[in-house]
Design a protein around this ligand. Structure first.
Ligand code: NAG
Ligand code: NAG
Ligand code: NAG
Ligand code: NAG
Ligand code: NAG
Length: 376
């Protein structure tokens, strides 16, 4: 990308302007915004030039995880939209600067997307006719967000790379990476691309496939194993809670009625339990936020793991990582930030290839919230 530096700088300037305009425009946004011509065609032929799905082990610096990425490529849009990564980064970083909760939201969006039907942007689909059967309806929406950021990126890309359809699923993956990377001012992992967008979004599947806050270790391990994610991935990806928040209802039982006897979960450090009780006094207030990484949820660091080793895991599913010897030793090793950061990058790449649609599968949505056949 170095040879593109000059033109990219201009792109970034333009994009910064556009991003501002885009945000001001946002309340007026309608489906029509996406139908500005120019990028309608079928691109099946543009990219099906064989040779993807190969071994990308040497392409990037995360180390240790060569091999197949579910048919995704590191340079998928190199010719069709060379400024893609700069545009996405510019928009996402602009938003994160203004809203420090955005990294957690966009990371969660990507994770929820990938765990239900694979990384196919099914999470973005709005219910049609007021029904409540899409994935969006199945998840607690207080900890997820950034849908408008995805819409904005899609619009801006339509203007800068007309004729190129960048999938909503690729945008979600890039936005998550860039949001988390803002703190370090450089990309934390490579995003392999070429995902296509799904045409089904099903609330029942979201309820079935997403781990719950109350999951024990066996449940977590089995859910991850369904997607070929191993125990290392489980522990590393749980580290996303370094920037996570939850709300009082999800910790209430652990604090006040753990075994039905008005008791506190004995797995919880007593001092920490008292701190949480101050944050979440009865009666439970569903709107009160609880940091999963106490007093550190704006910082991507390894405090989450240090806290875990002191029994300061906030959710049952956090504390569960100490109940398995192998997971526990991973938790201990991830107290070292460099070790955690490397493991997280590797596992994010793996997660980003769960169940992806490629080639002629699925579609490239014109509007990330609407399946094309409904986009009339
Ligand atoms: C959708 O609405 C029906 C009827 O109100 C309700 O029974 C069901 O639990 C809702 N589903 C979701 C995922 O919210
Ligand atoms: C979350 O969902 C509730 C109930 O469906 C809705 O009233 C609320 O506006 C939503 N909040 C956000 C931030 O989307
Ligand atoms: C949603 O998924 C569930 C579980 O796989 C399935 O039983 C149901 O028929 C699906 N609903 C729709 C509308 O496809
Ligand atoms: C505590 O849990 C028990 C058993 O689940 C339940 O019967 C009881 O109502 C709960 N008490 C409170 C105060 O919520
Ligand atoms: C739990 O607390 C509730 C409300 O304070 C009380 O009514 C109940 O008797 C207590 N239950 C036990 C088992 O201590």
């Amino acid at each position: 990308m170095k040879y593109l530096r000059a033109s990219v700088t201009i792109f970034v300037l333009l994009v910064s302007l556009l991003a501002v305009v885009g945000e001001e425009d946002k309340p007026k946004k309608s489906k029509g915004d996406f139908n500005h011509g120019g990028h309608g065609g079928d691109h099946g032929g543009d990219f099906n030039n064989g040779g993807h799905g190969g071994d990308h082990g040497g392409d990037f610096n995360n180390g240790g995880h060569g091999g197949d990425h579910g048919g995704l490529q590191s340079d998928f849009y190199r010719d069709s939209c060379p400024a893609l990564e700069n545009i996405v980064q510019s928009i996402v970083w602009g938003r994160v600067r203004k809203d420090p909760t955005m990294p957690a939201k966009l990371l969660r969006l990507h994770y929820h997307d990938c765990f239900v039907r694979g990384c196919d942007a099914s999470i973005l689909i709005d219910p049609v006719n007021g029904d409540n059967t899409t994935e969006k309806n199945a998840i607690p929406n207080r900890t997820i967000g950034g849908y408008d950021v995805i819409d904005l990126i899609k619009t801006v890309l339509g203007q800068f790379c007309p004729g190129t359809d960048v999938s909503c699923a690729d945008i979600v993956a890039l936005a998550a990476r860039d949001a988390v990377s803002f703190q370090f001012r450089k990309p934390m992992w490579d995003v392999f691309m070429g995902r296509r967008d799904g045409t089904v979004s099903n609330a029942t599947e979201a309820l079935r496939d997403l781990p719950s806050a109350g999951s024990n270790y066996a449940t977590l391990r089995n859910l991850f194993a369904r997607f070929n994610l191993d125990e290392t991935d489980l522990v590393a990806l749980s580290g996303a809670h370094t920037i996570g928040v939850t709300h009082c209802p999800l910790v209430f039982r652990r604090l006040y009625n753990f075994s039905g006897k008005n008791d506190t979960d004995p797995a919880l450090n007593p001092d920490y339990a008292n701190k949480l009780k101050e944050i979440c006094p009865p009666p439970v207030n569903p709107a009160t936020r609880v940091e999963l990484d106490f007093e550190s949820s704006r910082n991507f660091d390894s405090n989450y793991f240090s806290g875990l080793t002191l029994n300061r895991g906030t959710l049952t599913s956090d504390a569960a990582l100490l109940t398995d010897p192998e997971a526990k030793s991973l938790v201990e090793s991830y107290q070292d930030f460099d070790t955690f950061k490397k493991a997280f990058a590797i596992s994010m790449v793996k997660m980003g290839s769960i169940g992806v649609l490629t080639g002629n599968q699925g579609e490239i949505r014109k509007n990330c919230r609407v399946i094309n056949q409904n986009n009339v």
